[in-house]
Design a protein around this ligand. Structure first.
Ligand SMILES: Cc1cc2nc3c(=O)[nH]c(=O)nc-3n(C[C@H](O)[C@H](O)[C@H](O)COP(=O)(O)O)c2cc1C
Length: 335
């Protein structure tokens, strides 16, 4: 019996649920084609950053209304060098156009920002140039001691509404897990216009270099252990909110993908695993997932999806609390 691996994400009928997420690997056409060759049913391009759009003369060319929210006290001063990643809106459009012309799968562009300023109109530029869908990555470390959690949440919702108003494209929103009420935030992001939620953004933790007495940027790739936070929220949210759920962070092996789908993921996304092993890892994960589903008598990904979620649990908080107590009280030291 063959398993039906197809999945519907953001309105696209995908032949499998394993996608490359935004990373340098999707930032050039050769790697994009290698990923498609390995079975990627869609591609998420790396992000174009708010700061890049705001700074680029192209934005002026496109007649955007610039700098509505500006950079506060640091007009461009904290902007990292983005030269070696993607080089700005013009190159981004070119990559997107080539990917659309050559890859033969839906191409999801990614915009990355925090303010609801004029840069968001760039979503429309992408739409006008034919992109299939948009992922909006809201990467914000809420460090303003005057800003309440409610204010932070409203700023997220306002940004999603602004982008939603600008385009008719399918819209996914990628956020981190650090909300006091993740479940309610997920629902409200859907109500603000998100067709899909990418859970989660991975926040990079800087380190301190004791030699230079400076802050050391520290990008460590994820491990499968980090999947657990994603599993928890997939399982809680599945069946409770409208948007599709994309699992991002910690999918390295086929069993990670299987767990995420059992918990309720519509699709799983990979970055670190592909950066470590190369595009072929995507086909290994896909094949392993298919074999496992076959061996366990699932007819389709859809049948497996959410079968270990909490959708039938009336009170997930109480369920989580009881599991928490069980875990702590059953611990036996190994010495
Ligand atoms: C080097 C690198 C670059 C990334 N660039 C982006 C980006 O441009 N936009 C984005 O939304 N996510 C970006 N990500 C985050 C990944 O898409 C993904 O959400 C995160 O790494 C967690 O997934 P993983 O455990 O499979 O790595 C990047 C990750 C890495 C490692």
């Amino acid at each position: 019996m063959t398993v039906d691996m197809s999945t519907r994400y953001l309105g696209f009928e995908l032949k499998s649920p394993v996608l490359p997420s935004a990373s340098p690997l999707t930032g050039d056409i050769d790697h994009i084609l290698a990923l498609v060759e390995a079975g990627a049913p869609a591609i998420v391009l790396p992000s174009l950053f708010e700061e890049q759009i705001e700074h680029d003369a192209m934005a002026v060319h496109f007649g955007l209304e610039l700098g509505a929210d500006g950079f506060g006290e640091a007009p461009g001063g904290y902007l990292p060098s983005l030269d070696s990643y993607n080089t700005g809106p013009e190159d981004y459009l070119e990559l997107m156009r080539r990917a659309r012309a050559e890859a033969g799968v839906p191409v999801i562009a990614s915009l990355n920002g925090v303010s609801s300023g004029g840069w968001t109109l760039y979503a429309r530029v992408l739409e006008d140039n034919g992109v299939d869908a948009l992922e909006l990555n809201i990467y914000k470390v809420a460090a303003d001691v005057e800003m309440s959690s409610a204010d932070v949440e409203l700023s997220y919702l306002h940004l999603v509404e602004t982008v939603r108003d600008a385009v008719e494209l399918p819209l996914a929103v990628k956020v981190g897990p650090y909300f006091s009420s993740m479940a309610s935030m997920a629902r409200r992001l859907g109500e603000a216009g998100a067709d899909g939620l990418v859970l989660f953004n991975r926040f990079y933790q800087p380190d301190i270099d004791l030699e230079t007495l400076g802050v050391a940027p520290n990008l460590r790739l994820s491990t499968s252990d980090e999947l657990r936070l994603v599993l928890r929220w997939m399982a809680i949210l599945h069946g409770r909110i409208e948007p599709d759920l994309a699992a991002s962070t910690g999918v390295h092996e086929w069993d990670d993908a299987a767990k995420a789908i059992l918990a309720g993921a519509t699709v799983v996304m990979m970055a670190s695993g592909l950066l470590k092993h190369g595009p072929h890892r995507l086909s290994e994960v896909q094949k392993g997932l298919e074999s496992w589903l076959t061996d366990n008598d699932y007819a389709s990904v859809a049948q497996a999806r959410g079968s270990l979620s909490q959708s039938s649990v009336p009170d997930p908080s109480a369920f989580e609390r009881s599991n928490y107590m069980k875990t702590l009280t059953s611990y036996a030291p190994s010495w």
